[in-house]
Write a protein that binds this ligand. Structure first.
Ligand SMILES: Cc1ncc(COP(=O)(O)O)c(C=O)c1O
Length: 364
């Protein structure tokens, strides 16, 4: 009666949250440190909070269906025109709408792995046929030639730069070379763009098969409100706008995002601190015997564990200590390797210290 794919598709596994860990391990919620979902570690600035408060009394009314003010602000921010943007309920919804407008059953989707598993989940939901392309093993570099070859007869290709969970940026010239050599629609997920400052957003003016997807959950700290956007040529944007649900971005999210875009300097300052912290956390993790944190251009780290340690055990021990990190060992592209991997979000300085001493204790 229901679609066959739902029998084989596993539910998308979002990171654990404080409520769940508190209930299961008996740690009070306010003692839980969530370093599992690559969130921004501070509450929004006061101006954003005031805007949210102000908007609450208006929620009996639908939001602007076209998110006009938000689009205007975002266009100023990215330096593109209003005809080149579509907004959504998180980058996740934007990615889903992209699959909705492109994929027929059995269409081929190419995904270099390891990467963000939502690309796989959403493509499978559309009954697409998936081809994974392995990245080079030691540094997880995308192999341009292999990607071009695999996408010869593909409908859609997902690139993620900087990539989750490896933290790696795909070189601009490599992305361009791929776009130039494929007929597939190329989605470049730049959810972590603000940490690397490397983008191909302006290439949408040159390539009508490019869609850049961004999120306001990371740098702008609005994960709980759900906001993301797509940048693309006018033809693709028209289709995204046609296929998305009406009123997909709620009133509070629209207003908060407009306000957040006025607070760029504050977010830049915090992001600078997070990047500094990241380097210090890498150094400290690499001093723990057998642990190896890979270089990252994001607010998270991919950490290789010592050969004999299982990610599942470490994550469990950290949960007991009230610290949430992500076991990414089982994701495509990270299975069958000699060692297990975990992904750790960079938090505030004192939070990172707590994490490091917990890891040190586990390793001793
Ligand atoms: C690469 C990547 N893209 C998209 C998303 C989803 O972002 P949003 O919270 O805007 O749905 C995430 C979230 O972790 C991500 O890591």
């Amino acid at each position: 009666m229901f679609r066959g794919v739902l029998e084989i598709l596993e539910s998308y596994r979002a990171g654990r949250n404080a409520e769940e860990i508190s209930e299961r391990y008996g740690v009070p919620q306010d003692k839980i440190l969530n370093l599992g979902s690559n969130e921004f570690p501070y509450p929004p600035p006061k101006t954003v909070q005031a805007a949210i408060q102000d908007e609450i009394s208006k929620v009996n009314r639908y939001p602007d269906p076209l998110s006009r003010e938000l689009k205007e602000k975002l266009c100023e921010y990215v330096g593109l025109s209003k005809t080149n943007i579509s907004v959504g309920n998180g980058a996740s919804e934007v990615l889903d709408t992209i699959c909705k407008i492109t994929l027929n059953p059995l269409d081929k989707v190419v995904i270099p792995v390891p990467t963000y598993s939502m690309f796989i989940f959403l493509s499978m939901l559309r009954d697409a046929s998936l081809e994974f392309v392995d990245t080079e093993r030691s540094k997880f570099e995308v192999r341009v030639g292999d990607v071009i070859k695999a996408s010869e007869d593909a409908k859609l290709l997902f690139l993620c730069s900087p990539n989750n969970p490896t933290g790696k940026v795909i070189k601009r010239e490599d992305i361009i070379k791929i776009i130039e050599n494929t007929c597939a629609i190329v989605v470049v997920d730049e959810a972590y763009y603000e940490f690397s400052k490397e983008t191909v957003a302006h290439e949408i003016e040159r390539f009508d098969n490019l869609i850049v997807v961004r999120s306001m959950s990371k740098f702008f700290g609005l994960a709980g409100l759900r906001l993301g956007y797509a940048l693309a040529g006018q033809d693709i944007i028209t289709l995204l706008e046609k296929a998305r649900l009406p009123f997909n971005v709620n009133r509070i999210a629209q207003r908060a995002a407009v306000e957040a875009l006025d607070e760029q300097n504050w977010f830049e300052k915090i992001t600078g601190e997070i990047s500094q912290e990241r380097e210090s956390v890498i150094e400290k993790i690499n001093r723990i015997k057998g642990f190896k944190a890979l270089p990252s251009r994001t607010n998270f780290l991919l950490v290789k564990l010592p050969d004999k340690m299982r990610a599942q055990d470490i994550v469990e021990e950290l949960f007991r200590k009230g610290i949430i990190v992500r076991d990414v060992t089982g994701i495509h592209g990270l299975t069958g390797l000699k060692c297990d991997h975990i992904r750790i979000t960079i938090g505030r300085r004192e939070e990172n210290r707590r994490l490091i001493s917990a890891l040190q204790e586990i390793a001793d």
